[in-house]
Write a protein that binds this ligand. Structure first.
Ligand code: ADP
Ligand code: MG
Ligand code: MG
Length: 478
């Protein structure tokens, strides 16, 4: 039924046409700026290629798409409220931080900031809530959140460039009607709008915005689109690594952050989300310096922690959402409708039940550690192997268990630099970008600023675009 709404077989199976469209699509992607640096030369723009993308857009039902957009401002509010609730974070992460060193380290920074008192009342949140459509047999698909990324959520830039590529390819394939159904999308502009607002509230004309970036910068163009939106407003952006901040950063007596003599108004983290990002103690020192400073952090350390998978699992417990929305049953209902089954592995009878449930039917679940960046989750029989090892110890509390979501596969061609063209059974994940700025108790802006569709071959159970598994896509609403 979904296939009928999408690209018909006469197009998909016409190999001469597909070959021609694929060449055309590469040129279109390059000219539209859907770009990525090469794996071999991740820090050079001398030779670059197209970022991976699907040849065709993927059908997505209008109703679930609208549902995902509509719930986003509630998710923004939720993340922001969690970040201000130290007791909740402490309780939610108590078991995790006894065994997960990375989360524990982040939590330690969070505690130090609480003790010292936050030096900045302006909060900038840029997040991406990701979903898959759970669809069994002929049921209507149901929108289920996979996770929310509160730090370094990517592809807001490149996804603003992909719609024209798909429009063009559909026109070339003689599918004018479908081509007109591809939505405009510009997350980069919305993300930059919120950064600019935070910068303005910081209140110093000469302050710069720092993009805190990784050592390996293959996906730089995605970030550039956000940067250029800031430059258009005459906001000065500099790109720094932890190392640069460690070497040249300091706080003045008012905790203003200076790097190389430049005052920093906003730090936008596009790094710092996984253990490998902290290559030395100096990286941790630099993170702490920025957190203690008066610069607006995106995210601040508590908002970072609010995006952990453990917090996601705790939120799914009865009554927890009500704590954050005491007078908004509708917000609670809208958010809860997107929750998949999430189960604790804390020590105790409830966690024991989770273990036996998973061991009895591992194919129904995903076992998740507190990690980001794709490729960390555990599936199928490996769930049993891992659980058998940790089930009697506190080590099991490093994980949460989640129901596995089953989207309907859709056939498409994945366009990757250097890969042969072949048809694949594909699964898609819809991301929705949220942006907000709070000053003290006032939500100054709270917006849904765009979407992202990522698609991967169904052979892979895990992994994002940066991990080399998923590719950029667009929804074709029906
Ligand atoms: P990360 O922070 O590493 O991106 P995710 O929770 O998004 O972690 O998981 C990575 C990938 O694993 C997702 O993009 C999706 O493809 C797959 N995945 C995660 N959770 C589920 C689930 N509950 N059902 C099916 N696939 C999932
Ligand atoms: Mg993530
Ligand atoms: Mg993810």
């Amino acid at each position: 039924m979904r296939m009928a709404q999408g690209i018909p077989d006469e197009v998909l199976m016409n190999s001469a046409l597909i070959k021609e469209l694929a060449e055309e699509a590469k040129d279109s992607a390059v000219t539209q700026g859907v770009l990525m640096r090469l794996q071999e030369t991740p820090n050079s723009s001398e030779v670059v290629s197209f970022a991976p993308f699907t040849l065709f857009p993927t059908p997505v039902p209008k109703a679930v798409f609208s549902q995902a957009l509509a719930v986003q401002t509630h998710y923004n509010t939720l993340v922001d409220k969690i970040s201000q609730d130290a007791d909740f974070l402490q309780e939610a992460l108590a078991s995790t931080i006894t065994v997960d060193d990375f989360t524990a380290r982040l939590f330690k920074i969070h505690q130090q900031i609480l003790k010292e008192g936050r030096s900045q009342s302006i909060v900038l949140g840029l997040n991406r809530s990701d979903y898959m459509l759970d669809q069994r047999e002929n049921d209507t698909p149901s929108l289920k959140q996979i996770e929310i990324n509160t730090i370094a959520a990517s592809f807001g830039g490149l996804s603003s460039r992909t719609p024209d590529v798909h429009r063009h390819i559909l026109k070339m394939a003689g599918r004018l009607e479908e081509s007109e159904r591809i939505l405009d999308n510009n997350p980069a502009a919305g993300l930059a709008r919120a950064i600019a607002k935070a910068w303005e509230l910081y209140g110093s004309e000469k302050a710069v915005v720092v993009f805190l970036v990784e050592d390996v910068q293959r996906n730089i163009f995605d970030q550039r689109y956000v940067e250029y939106e800031l430059w258009k407003r005459n906001i000065h952006v500099i790109r720094l690594r932890f190392e640069d901040v460690f070497k040249a950063g300091s706080l003045d007596q008012d905790k203003r952050l200076f790097v190389d003599g430049k005052e920093v108004g906003v730090v936008y983290f596009r790094n710092g989300y996984m253990p490998d990002n902290y290559t030395s103690e100096q990286s941790w020192d630099a993170r702490l310096l920025m957190e203690r400073s008066r610069a607006v952090k995106c995210p601040d350390i508590s908002t970072h922690l609010a995006g952990t998978k453990k917090v996601q699992q705790v939120l799914a417990r009865p009554g927890v959402l009500e704590r954050f929305f005491p007078d908004q049953p509708q917000a609670v209902q809208q958010i809860r409708a997107t929750f998949a089954g999430l189960y604790t592995l804390d020590l105790g009878p409830e966690g024991d039940k989770t273990v036996s449930m998973a061991l009895a039917a591992p194919e129904r679940f995903v076992l998740k550690p507190q990690r980001e960046g794709g490729g960390n989750n555990i599936y199928g029989s490996e769930i049993c192997q891992v659980l058998e090892q940790v089930k009697e110890s506190t080590e099991r509390t490093a994980y949460i268990l989640m129901d596995k979501i089953h989207p309907t596969p859709v056939r498409n061609y994945l366009m990757r630099q250097g890969s042969p063209l072949k048809i694949s059974n594909c699964l898609s994940e819809l991301g929705v970008f949220g942006a907000y700025v709070r000053q003290g108790k006032d939500m100054v802006t709270n917006e849904c600023v765009g979407h992202l569709l990522r698609t991967k071959s169904s052979e892979h159970s895990d992994g994002g675009v940066a991990a080399g598994v998923a590719v950029l896509d667009n929804p074709l609403l029906f």
